[in-house]
Structures are given as structure tokens and as C-alpha cells.
Design a protein around this ligand. Structure first.
Ligand SMILES: Nc1ncnc2c1ncn2[C@@H]1O[C@H](COP(=O)(O)OP(=O)(O)OP(=O)(O)O)[C@@H](O)[C@H]1O
Ligand SMILES: [Mg+2]
Length: 547
């Protein structure tokens, strides 16, 4: 980062009043005067959508809003799909984070720059059911049948791995946790993560000696720790040849078990182990788990190999996408989820910045965004269950949202607000959402957004949609009618007149927009948002190129 000349915004931001949106005139008020318009934070619980054609000022307005969220010390997840002009969004975010002493809160996530990206394992801490639904939600198939197949494979494999981990040397888990934490500490500024290279082994040796001195009370325990250490070393050095540990399961581990052969091998291991469990007289509970896992894997292994590979192709493709290339690096290089830890830690805050590059990494970008949404869904659902008192409000801001819309956003917008998540979507037109979500989905989305900002649109159809979305004002219409030619009757009815007629929406100047928030409607001028004083320079020379 380099400092340019520093010039901050000179407007009346006051986060105690809400989110400043600029100056505006309230069309619902009798006396109309220009005022600073704040949206109370509570109203933003119910999401915001912003529309407008290119160059009107959506991104500048978005970053102006981000500054206030950073100042408020809430979590914020920003998606800048294609990397805005000159990385301007990232520049502003860095500038504001710096201004509020929060540079350390920024985490970057992009398949374009895995080396500089945070790595977190979305599956960490998830139950079997959650893992299965996460994976199924990103499968690129319409036919439920293929999802059922994925469900069946995952159910069997996870049950087997859970059983095998249950009877594993308990020190394996402990040693792996220490190593994963070490790895993260190594990831200073650029989250460099070279899997389990020589340096980690050296550190791991220190871990071993530490553990022995703290926990090894007798020879038996010392031996167990040493054995666990050897196992862990094998797991890291030769992941393909070892049975993964359920607690630290990654997409890569699961991808291995999308092939018929490997599932067979797992079945064999399971048979031997469960025999041994019976012989060793382990608890009836464990033995029962082993038997069940064995029975379901047996069924899977009895399918015809040709049939299996035919029906499991879309599952295998999904798993391969999630575990290879740069996406694989982002999702599988760490076995734990640091982001989730930060999320629930009341002393920490997240400024998460994602650049999925949908044009370049079509399918992968789609998956990453779905994964991110799935994680947010999962996190807020847990907040709902536990009512976590440390929870900060989370703002999710998606620029160019039309290019990366998916059904997960619909689910977030449906239930996120009450659970402390606000979604802000910026896009060129309403049609962007219709293409992905269908007419009904797009309408649900718009209905659920309590605040909407409309910049200029060019076509009359969009303008009409916007005019309709803003709604009308009631006007009394009084007339005299005659009833059967005898008595004269006063008739009153109200007629709806568009508050903002369509032609107005096609005539807005850049930086001016219509804001509808709750029942209020304003004509607005965006706050002036200067160029950032910081320039972001990525060192791309160090990235290994693989898609
Ligand atoms: N609030 C603002 N303050 C200062 N300049 C602005 C503001 N809004 C818009 N502009 C000017 O208009 C240009 C386009 O703004 P912006 O990038 O925000 O548009 P956009 O709607 O996001 O366009 P696109 O859809 O192409 O991304 C800016 O580069 C800037 O010159
Ligand atoms: Mg923009």
C-alpha cells in the first residue's frame, strides 16, 4: 500500500443517528426541505437493494456506506466480483480501516490470489448433516436424483470416518489442532500456507516435546503421544494414503471418497477396524456405530461399479471443483475455520473482502460465493439457536450483485435480518436477478429489501418497474353520483398516483437517486466520495498460476 494525498470526506457522518445516505428531500413530508438523510440501523436489518445503470455512482455510495460500518465496528463482508477499477474498492476499505485503526481486521479472499488470501475450512465444526447440505447446495444440477446420490455417498463416508476417528489415538486430534494453529500464526500478512512443509515439521517436533513434558505422565502415555505424532506426520505428508481425521475433514479428503475404488478401500479398513473394536471390547455404543457404518458402506459397495460412476459423476465433479486448483487452496489448505472463531469473538471484528472474478473463474466463483453464503447462513442460524450475546451485526455488501446472484442470497434475505445480518445488493437492473432467480424469486428479494436506492436506468420497462416498486401516494377523488335518478350522493374514493413517475427515473443525473426506506421516499444527492488516498499494489509475481 502507498499513501496518496490524504483527503477525507467532509460531511456530517454521525453513526449514532444511523447510516448517512446523503442529502435529500422527503417526498412524504408536507413541507419539503433538504436534510441529511440517515437510515436508522434498525431499519437496515431488513436489507437494501440499489439499482442503476453504469457510472451513476453505486460503487461510490457503497464505499461511503462501508466507511460507516467500519466506524461502527460491525462485521462487514464485501464482495467486489471483478475487482473494481484500479482496485478502488479495496483502496477505500484499506483507507478506512487504517483511519479507524483496524487494518488488522481486513481479510482478503480470492481465487486470483490464493497466496494473499485467508484460508479457512468451511466444514470445520459442522455436523454430518451440515456438511452434506453445504455440498449439495453448490451442486450444479437440477435433478434431485443426483443430489440424493451425493447425499447417500456422503452419509456413508462420513459415518465411516466418524467411527474410525472415534477409536483413533486421542492425541492425534490434539496434535493436529496445535499444528493448525501454528500454521495460522505463520500466516502473518499474506497468510502464506505451505501445507506441512519442513518448517512446520520442525515446529511440530517442539509441539511433541511440549506435549510429552505436559501430558505424558507415564510410559504408556508417552508412547501414545509418540504414536499419535507419527500418525499425524503421515497424515500431513501423504494425505492420499491415510484415512482423514473426521474433525478436520476438508473437501479434499471427501473428494478422495467420490471414487468407487477408494470407497471400497475405506470399506475394507472399516471391516478390519470394527472387528478389532469388538475384539478389544470397546463400548457397545462405539461397536454399534461401527456396525452401522459398515452396513451402509457395504450397500454402497455392492452397487455395480459402472452404474456407480455414472450416477455419481456430478457429485465427483463438484468435489473436484471444491478441492483442486486455486479454489482448493482457499478451501482446503487450512483444516480449521479461523474466520468463524473471529466471528464469535467479541474482541474481534472482520472486514472480509472477496474478489471471486466470475468472468475468469465462472464455476469456481459461483461456488465460492455460494460457500460464503452457506457459511454466513450457518453462522447466523447458530446465532439464532444460541442467541450469542457477543454477536455483532454483520453487513454483507455485494457490488455487481447481478453477476453472482444465487438462491443462497434469497435465503439470507429471507431470514438474515432478524438474526443480525443485513444484506446490501448493488446491481444495474432488476432483470439481473430475474435471470437467475426467476420472476418470483426476484420479486421476493425486492419485497424483502426494506430500503431501496434507485439511480438512473435507461429503459422504460425498468423505469416502470422501479416506479411500481416505489409505489404511489393516495389522493382523494371526490365526485357526485346520482342514485336511481332521485337522490344526489357524495362519492369518495382514493386513487393511487405514482410518487415517482417512470420518466423521472430515466432522467436522474449521476450521483442523484431515489431512496425508499420503509414508507419514506426521498430524492437524494450522494455524498461526495473522493478518490482513495491509498493505492493497492498486488505482488502478482509470487502467485502460482493455476485455475
Ligand atoms: N458520490 C460520488 N462522489 C464522487 N464522484 C462520484 C460519486 N458518484 C459517482 N461519481 C463519479 O462517477 C463515476 C462512476 O461512479 P461509480 O463507479 O460509483 O458508478 P457505478 O454506478 O458503480 O458504475 P458501474 O456500474 O460501471 O460500476 C466515478 O468514477 C466518479 O467520477
Ligand atoms: Mg460500480
Amino acid at each position: 500500500m502507498q499513501e496518496r494525498n490524504k483527503n477525507l470526506i467532509e460531511v456530517d457522518i454521525d453513526i449514532s443517528k444511523g447510516m448517512l445516505m446523503g442529502e435529500g428531500i422527503n417526498l412524504r413530508k408536507e413541507t419539503q426541505s433538504i436534510e441529511n438523510v440517515f437510515i436508522p440501523w434498525n431499519n437496515l436489518n431488513s436489507h437494501m437493494m440499489c439499482f442503476g445503470t453504469t457510472r451513476m455512482g453505486k460503487t461510490r455510495l457503497m464505499t461511503f456506506m462501508i466507511r460507516q460500518i467500519i466506524e461502527k465496528n460491525d462485521h462487514v463482508f464485501i464482495v467486489d466480483p471483478k475487482g473494481s477499477e484500479d482496485q478502488e474498492v479495496f483502496s477505500w476499505i484499506s483507507q478506512y480501516a487504517n483511519e479507524f485503526n483496524s487494518l488488522k481486521d481486513i481479510v482478503y479472499w480470492s481465487p486470483e490470489r490464493p497466496r494473499d488470501s485467508i484460508k479457512f475450512n468451511l466444514l470445520y465444526g459442522q455436523s454430518d448433516e451440515e456438511i452434506i447440505s453445504t455440498i449439495i447446495s453448490v451442486m450444479d444440477v437440477k435433478d434431485e436424483f443426483y443430489k440424493d446420490i451425493a447425499n447417500e455417498i456422503l452419509t456413508c463416508v462420513l459415518a465411516a470416518l466418524s467411527f474410525l476417528s472415534e477409536i483413533r489415538n486421542p492425541y492425534v486430534n490434539k496434535i493436529m489442532m496445535l499444528i493448525e494453529k501454528q500454521k495460522i500464526q505463520h500466516e502473518t500478512i499474506s497468510y502464506i500456507n505451505d501445507a506441512f512443509d519442513f518448517n512446520y515439521i520442525k515446529e511440530a517436533d517442539t509441539i511433541l516435546n511440549d506435549m510429552i513434558s505436559k501430558l505424558g505422565k507415564n510410559d504408556d502415555e508417552i508412547n501414545q503421544i509418540k504414536q499419535a505424532y507419527t500418525q499425524v506426520k503421515r497424515i500431513y505428508k501423504n494425505p492420499d494414503g491415510e484415512i482423514p481425521v473426521r474433525q478436520y475433514i476438508t473437501f479434499q479428503d471427501l473428494a478422495k471418497y467420490s471414487s468407487f475404488n477408494n470407497i471400497h478401500n475405506l470399506y475394507e479398513v472399516l471391516q478390519n477396524t470394527s472387528k478389532k473394536a469388538i475384539k478389544d471390547d470397546l463400548t457397545s455404543n462405539i461397536i454399534e456405530n461401527g456396525k452401522q457404518a459398515e452396513a451402509s458402506l457395504k450397500r454402497l459397495c455392492e452397487t455395480d461399479a459402472g452404474y456407480f460412476s455414472k450416477v455419481s459423476t456430478s457429485y465427483a465433479v463438484t468435489m473436484s471443483r471444491l478441492s483442486t486448483g486455486n479454489v482448493g487452496r482457499l478451501l482446503c489448505e487450512s483444516k480449521i475455520n479461523v474466520l468463524k472463531d473471529r466471528f464469535y469473538n467479541k474482541d474481534k471484528r472482520i472486514i472480509f473482502f472477496a474478489q471471486p472474478y466470475p468472468m475468469k473463474y465462472t464455476k469456481a466463483a459461483d461456488m465460492l460465493i455460494k460457500m460464503l453464503m452457506a457459511m454466513l447462513n450457518n453462522i447466523i442460524a447458530n446465532v439464532g439457536v444460541t442467541g450469542n450475546p457477543n454477536h455483532k451485526r454483520t453487513h454483507v455488501m455485494i457490488d455487481e450483485a447481478g453477476s453472482i446472484t444465487n438462491e443462497m442470497m434469497l435465503s439470507l434475505i429471507n431470514k438474515g435480518g432478524g438474526l443480525g445480518l443485513s444484506l446490501y445488493l448493488f446491481s444495474q437492473s432488476f432483470a439481473d436477478y430475474k435471470n437467475t432467480l426467476g420472476e418470483e424469486g426476484a420479486t421476493i428479494m425486492a419485497d424483502n429489501a426494506n430500503s431501496k436506492a434507485f439511480f438512473l436506468v435507461n429503459d422504460n420497462k425498468s423505469a416502470q418497474t422501479i416506479s411500481d416498486l416505489i409505489g404511489g401516494k393516495k389522493k382523494a377523488d371526490i365526485s357526485y353520483g346520482t342514485n336511481e335518478g332521485t337522490t344526489s350522493r357524495l362519492q369518495a374514493k382514493t386513487v393511487d398516483e405514482a410518487l415517482i413517475p417512470p420518466h423521472l427515473v430515466t432522467q436522474l443525473d449521476p450521483m442523484t437517486y431515489i431512496l425508499k426506506t420503509g414508507k419514506d421516499v426521498y430524492v437524494m444527492i450522494s455524498p461526495y466520495q473522493r478518490d482513495s488516498s491509498i493505492e493497492i499494489i498486488f505482488d502478482n509475481t509470487k502467485e502460482v498460476k493455476n485455475g
